[in-house]
Design a protein around this ligand. Structure first.
Ligand code: AFD
Ligand code: MN
Ligand code: MN
Length: 426
């Protein structure tokens, strides 16, 4: 962690220009009837969880190029998230993956989390890999497996995740299933669904009444012919059969190219089943790149749907768990996470700028050009001074990535943990 003085010194040289830019934008927005200060309050409130498995360098199946200083324990992962949150005030929780993050000392972890102003976001099960001491293999599936003993083992693992989460104060359990088949005929498609539904029901039974269970979908990989939960429709029907505490999780990379993700988001909000979000950037599939890097307009359109739904009094309020689910092959993971949060905050700020009354009028009048212009107007506004001001008001850095570099955080982590320390994850 940086000291207060260090943060102050890092912000100082940027302040004059920041005020100039902020005041100009606030004036411009005031002319349009938008209160910049009100908007900043919403940005300060917005939080994106960081997954424990995104703090180390990610790899492809071809190789991995570690940045050095990766966290070696759950405690060090929490400390990395604390560092990010100190810089941007926008990442006050961490998601855990079991068995990578089995807590050894719950009391100590509680204290550590509290000292950093953090909490646990979600628990995540892992039935996509076999562990050393495991009795049955997941080679042919877990919750959908034909073998009852395999399903039972996978159910127990999920319940174990919930129990660890209860110790640490988590309230969300996320299930992402790698189950599926690679060849036609390999698996009976309907029966695989039914077995999954039955297994999920057993996990749901063990879910405390104030928890949410998120069901994530993915169209392909690691199975290529069929995935048991390939799309939002399948997740949705499973949630419907489980009960109110089950919600769909949308991971941006889990769609085939050109899928209209914002429409899926709108549908799920309307149906009262949007429970979680995994942000990342995708060119072809589950690329797990920096969110908003290559497709900022798409990220904006997604936030446009979220904000629109939040402002719609006819819809029930939703508590959506926002998380980054990315893998960093070539960037410093912490820098990548700061960039991701920055892109997310920018997209959210822009969505808050959309003139919804004018947009509804244009839509009702079928004025295609005017409607698109309204969205473009918000999207093309440079909202960086608003986001920077939100960071500043949250006690962070005006420019988190620059501050991270200037303070030499990575060099310090390498000095403490070594050049070859490796974090758990994929
Ligand atoms: C997967 C999914 C899921 C899972 C993670 C594992 O996106 O969220 O928990 O990667 O590291 O692709
Ligand atoms: Mn995900
Ligand atoms: Mn993924």
């Amino acid at each position: 962690m940086l000291t207060e003085d260090q943060l102050h010194d890092l912000n100082q040289p940027l302040l004059a220009e920041h005020h100039l830019q902020f005041d100009y934008l606030a004036d411009l927005l005031a002319r349009r009837g938008v209160d910049a200060h009100q908007l900043i309050l919403q940005l300060v409130e917005f939080q994106v969880a960081i997954p424990s498995w995104a703090l180390g360098t990610g790899g492809t199946r071809f190789g991995r190029f570690p940045a050095g200083g990766e966290p070696r324990s759950l405690e060090e992962k929490i400390s990395d998230v604390g560092q990010l949150n100190q810089l941007n005030g926008s990442s006050n929780s961490i998601s855990l993956h079991i068995p990578w993050d089995i807590p050894q000392d719950s009391n100590g972890l509680h204290q550590l989390l509290a000292s950093q102003g953090l909490s646990i976001d979600s628990m995540n099960s892992n039935t996509f890999q076999d562990q050393k001491e495991q009795a049955h293999t997941y080679k042919f599936g877990s919750l959908s497996a034909t073998d009852r003993a395999v399903r039972e083992q996978a159910i127990q693992h999920n319940i174990e995740c919930i129990n660890y989460g209860t110790q640490l104060g988590a309230k969300v359990h996320t299930v992402w299933l790698a189950d599926g088949s690679n060849f036609p005929g390999q698996s009976h498609l309907r029966r695989a669904y039914l077995r999954t539904q039955e297994s999920l029901a057993a996990i749901y039974e063990a879910l405390p009444s104030d928890w949410t269970m998120l069901i994530e979908y993915k169209p392909y990989e690691p199975n290529f012919y069929s995935m048991v939960i390939p799309d939002w429709g399948t997740s949705y029907t499973l949630c419907q059969s489980l009960g109110k505490q089950a919600q769909v999780l949308v991971d941006l990379g889990h769609h085939l190219p050109n899928t209209n993700i914002e429409q899926i988001v709108g549908r799920l909000r309307q149906l009262g089943r949007l429970g979680g979000f995994h942000f990342n950037g995708s060119g072809y599939g589950d690329d797990d790149l920096t969110t908003g890097s290559a497709k900022p307009f798409q990220l904006f359109l997604i936030f446009n749907e979220l904000v629109d739904a939040n402002q719609d009094a006819s819809l029930t309020a939703a508590s959506v768990a926002y998380m980054i689910d990315a893998s960093h092959n070539t960037k410093d993971p912490l820098e990548d996470l700061l960039q991701s949060v920055d892109n997310i905050m920018g997209a959210y700020a822009k969505a808050l700028l959309v003139d919804r009354t004018a947009l509804a009028e244009a839509q009702d009048a079928n004025d295609t050009v005017r409607a698109e212009e309204i969205l473009r107007d918000a999207f093309l506004t440079d909202v960086r001074p608003l986001v920077a001001e939100a960071y500043r008001q949250a006690g962070g850095a005006l420019h988190p990535v620059r501050a991270y570099r200037a303070a030499g955080v990575r060099q310090q982590l390498i000095a403490q943990r070594g050049k070859f320390s490796l974090s758990t994850g994929l």
